[in-house]
Design a protein around this ligand. Structure first.
Ligand code: ZN
Length: 182
């Protein structure tokens, strides 16, 4: 069975400030009762534990707050470092060049993103116009983001726009929100 994650990626976090921003975000979410402070085994990502939903978790999602799913995993993880935040892409999906509209198969872009995660460039040159564009600048068919800092909420209902906007305002950063999985 596939798991769904909701994610929020910070496009403006830099390698030098991402750890401190992660701490700030966690303090804010713990103070608001959205997640609990301690780490437990409640996420699937490549991190050492996540933060389980707090008493006010239902206030930041859409739908019935009482309908918060009682499943595993249901925690929030904070990812610091180069991370790819994909929407639900199909293998035959295409990614378009913002300059000339030429498209690349998702597979090609995926390879370039994996190289970036291993220390490579954060951009891709278009085969038609030759212009190099950062991954976040390409036109994705569903929201995708490539960032130094992100939050993943495992199996949470859709996050409210107000929650994402409030977080963006507090950070003064561009955030992208999306979801992955079925
Ligand atoms: Zn192009």
């Amino acid at each position: 069975m596939g798991e769904r994650s909701r994610w929020i990626a910070d496009l403006d976090a830099r390698p030098g400030d991402a750890p401190e921003l992660a701490d700030r975000i966690l303090r804010r979410l713990v103070d608001a009762g959205i997640v609990v402070a301690g780490r437990t085994d409640c996420v699937l990502g490549d991190v050492s534990g996540g933060h389980a939903p707090g008493p006010a978790a239902g206030s930041v999602v859409m739908g019935d707050p009482a309908g918060f799913p009682d499943v595993w995993p249901n925690g929030m993880e904070i990812d610091v470092g180069r991370g790819a935040y994909y929407g639900t892409m199909r293998e035959d999906d295409r990614v378009r060049c913002p300059r000339c509209g030429a498209w690349l198969p998702f597979e090609t872009v995926l390879d370039a993103v994996e190289e970036w995660q291993d220390g490579g460039p954060d951009s891709l040159a278009c085969a038609r116009c030759g212009v190099r564009t950062g991954f976040n600048g390409w036109r994705w068919p569903v929201p995708c983001a490539f960032a130094e800092l992100g939050l993943r909420f495992w199996n949470w209902p859709p996050l409210s726009e107000a929650f994402v906007a409030d977080l963006a305002a507090r950070l003064g950063h561009r955030l992208v929100a999306g979801s992955f999985g079925t």
